[in-house]
Design a protein around this ligand. Structure first.
Ligand code: GLY
Length: 409
């Protein structure tokens, strides 16, 4: 049965959409919104409830500067992250107007902190790296860090202040996107697993739902998060390597209200994100456990131990929620955005740890792909054909290719 609020599956054949988005997480929702704004007729299909997967668990750091990593792929990801962060304020304003809900964008910046000598040495290297790249970053002695954030423990050894990072509340963002889609006339099917993509005459032509119906479309955008690699119906050479990377995360609440921490705090193995109203998100594990999304006592213990070592007041907070999400990982940790190996196929997936940050950029890049705009510099690092499948020879007319396992958008 479709979830509450979903469009009912009726017995008549709905008209083909220009664009069908598989997956109702933050990426699928943002893509559907932008595509509709560009004038396309849009349908979105979600197997469960909208934004009920990784988007619901995500902390919402928009932090390309503090998350910058050494190496070539790190540099590519940084370019994508900086570009998308720049788009966020406008995206948030437009979304607030279109969806009637404030997405909770915050500008407090990040503190990166070291607990001991080894971490302090590593932090000095991180400082030099960011200075070479020309980022705003300030080295803080422990006393200076505690002036900014009095909740920090006295034994913090060193801190960096990165004022340009932002954060957002992903649950508010997806609620606003959902409202914006409803207002814009996007057809949404919730609680409707996709069984397979339909391929007709060598081109993707829609989806077959597990419930037995087919939805036709000129283009299908696969935004199915960690399940994108398992989508059925494509020839093997057109599929892409996306795997689930589990993250466990806690939500904490200070009954006394805000004030324990103003800035996002990053430390070896974790982060603490204040929402500005007494709520905090503490994450996250990185685990390769397939599609297992159980919350474990060990992970909860470790997250709380590490964070309360740095911010002792954490121990007094209410534990409001413990959850686990599955990030869509790729072999090079870069996303997969753009045209796929078959006509009609578009990918918007593989965002790994950066789905929330990269949502505005992804939506714009997909909108450009849907308009057949020429690819630019940023598209090159996300091009799905870097893992093969640049073009697949046409299948026999009217053949449905591979109709096996179901997919979970
Ligand atoms: N973006 C942070 C995480 O995936 O844990």
């Amino acid at each position: 049965m479709p979830a509450k609020g979903a469009t009912a599956i009726t017995t008549h054949q709905p008209p083909a959409s220009e664009v069908l988005v598989v997956g109702g997480g933050i990426i699928g929702l943002a893509v559907a919104w932008r595509a509709r704004q560009r004038g396309h007729t849009v349908t979105l299909v979600e197997r469960d409830e909208l934004a009920g997967g990784a988007s619901r668990v995500a902390a919402g750091m928009l932090a390309p500067v503090s998350e910058a990593e050494f190496g070539g792929e790190g540099r590519e990801l940084l370019a994508l992250g900086l570009d998308s962060r720049q788009r966020w304020p406008q995206f948030a304003r437009e979304l607030a107007a279109a969806g009637g809900l404030d997405p909770g964008l915050r500008c407090g910046g990040t503190l990166m902190v070291a607990r001991d000598g080894d971490e302090a040495e590593a932090l000095e290297r991180e400082l030099a790296f960011r200075q070479r790249l020309g980022f705003a970053v300030r080295r803080l002695r422990p006393s200076q860090a505690r002036e900014l954030e009095p909740g920090l423990a006295p034994h913090v050894r060193l801190a960096l202040e990165l004022p340009d990072d932002l954060s957002v509340d992903p649950r508010r963002v997806t609620a606003a996107l959902r409202a914006a889609l409803a207002r814009a006339g996007v057809t949404v099917y919730e609680g409707c697993p996709v069984q397979r993509l339909l391929v007709r005459s060598g081109a993707v032509a829609g989806v077959a739902l597990a419930a037995g119906r087919e939805l036709r479309a000129q283009r299908v955008v696969v935004a199915a998060g960690a399940w994108s690699g398992a989508i059925a119906g494509l020839p093997a050479e057109a599929t892409l390597p996306v795997r689930p990377v589990k993250g466990q995360i806690l939500r904490l609440r200070d009954p006394a209200g805000p004030g324990l921490l103003e800035r996002v705090l990053r430390f070896e193995g974790g982060y603490l994100v204040p929402r500005g109203d007494g709520r905090y998100v503490l994450g996250a594990t990185m685990e390769e456990r397939g599609f297992d999304a159980t919350v474990t006592a060990g992970a909860v213990t470790e997250l709380l131990r590490d964070a309360s070592e740095l911010v002792p007041g954490i121990s007094e907070l209410e534990l409001a929620e413990a959850s686990a999400g599955l990030r869509p990982g790729t072999p090079d940790n870069l996303p997969l955005i753009g045209a796929g190996a078959l006509p009609g196929l578009v990918w918007a997936t593989g965002h790994h740890r950066n789905g929330v940050l990269l949502a505005p950029l992804t939506a714009d890049l997909v909108a450009a792909t849907l308009s057949d705009a020429p690819a630019g510099r940023l598209e090159a690092s996300c091009a799905p054909d870097r893992f093969g499948g640049a073009s697949v020879s046409a299948a026999p007319a009217e053949a449905v290719v591979g109709a096996t396992a179901g997919v979970s958008p």
